[in-house]
Ligand binder design. Structure first.
Ligand SMILES: NC(=O)c1ccc[n+]([C@@H]2O[C@H](COP(=O)([O-])OP(=O)(O)OC[C@H]3O[C@@H](n4cnc5c(N)ncnc54)[C@H](O)[C@@H]3O)[C@@H](O)[C@H]2O)c1
Length: 252
């Protein structure tokens, strides 16, 4: 039985990587998918349609409130409503590693605009629809780096720490409307972005793997079960939480 039959899910940053895998997985559970990405996500949408699902790609910069509102309007025009918002888009792998003194103010602001303000803009735009229906699921992608204080990525790790805080604030404000807001903190995951990033050497990836309870590399599909759970009625009495999904690396 499909657990999300008929639900409408917006997945940001689903042109590639973790977002693309999660969009396909939510579609396999019966959800209609909107892929919101600055990069062309038509391929992900075509994969879903080819597998008898429903999906559209809407070019969206999550840091633009106008583009986010237009994307949500298009979602409603196409599929009637929004049940699930998966805030996955972020600037991550392309940042590479650098000491915090070498991060420019402009790069710091650019990371915050996409990684923190982006999920805020998306939550803000879907909230009237979810409030009117008295139901909704918002899932924010944070990162295990928050709990480890991983060095040489200060802007990124700080942005993902803000996501944990934002998840709690949204959960408190939207609770009276029966809207669940939770976060997932993945470990180092072999997404397209990570696989194309040369700063993370084999040695680094192996060391990360060996610091897990389950000693293997994490792949995007490892996050799907948790995302489906947080999208479904099984998590209806759970909100404001951050679930670490990393094979037992960070334990908090
Ligand atoms: N891969 C990991 O190791 C890892 C670990 C923890 C958390 N995460 C988080 O998981 C999520 C996905 O990461 P990934 O590794 O798949 O990344 P990725 O770089 O492979 O994909 C990111 C996607 O986000 C899109 N995007 C970037 N800026 C955008 C914007 N302004 N508006 C709309 N879309 C935008 C990109 O075009 C891309 O399709 C991110 O939130 C990341 O921080 C990743």
């Amino acid at each position: 039985m499909q657990r999300l039959a008929g639900k409408v899910a917006i997945v940001t940053g689903a042109a590639q990587g973790i977002g693309a895998t999660l969009a396909r997985g939510l579609a396999a559970e019966g959800a209609k998918i909107v892929i919101a990405d600055v990069t062309d996500g038509a391929g992900t949408a075509q994969d879903i349609v080819r597998d008898n699902g429903s999906a559209i790609y809407v070019k969206t910069d999550v840091a633009s409130p106008d583009e986010v509102q237009a994307m949500v309007d298009r979602t409603v025009a196409e599929f009637g409503t929004v049940d699930i918002l998966l805030n996955n888009a972020a600037i991550f792998a392309k940042l590479g590693n650098k000491k915090f003194q070498d991060i420019s103010s402009a790069e710091f602001d650019a990371v915050m605009a996409v990684n923190v303000r982006g999920p805020f803009e998306c939550a803000k735009a879907v909230s009237p629809i979810m409030i009117a229906r008295g139901a909704g699921k918002i899932i924010n992608i944070s990162s295990g780096t928050v709990f480890k204080g991983v060095p040489n990525l200060l802007h990124y790790v700080s942005s993902k720490g803000a996501i944990v805080a934002m998840t709690r604030c949204l959960a408190r404000e939207l609770g009276e409307h029966n809207i669940n807001v939770n976060a997932i903190a993945p470990g180092l995951t072999m997404s397209d972005g990570v696989l194309n990033q040369s700063d993370w050497t084999e040695t680094y990836i192996e060391a990360n793997k060996n610091s897990r309870a389950f000693k293997r590399r994490q792949v995007p599909g490892d996050l799907l079960g948790t995302v489906v759970f947080l999208s479904s009625g099984d998590s209806d009495f759970m909100t404001g939480q951050t679930l670490v999904v990393d094979g037992g690396n960070v334990m908090h």
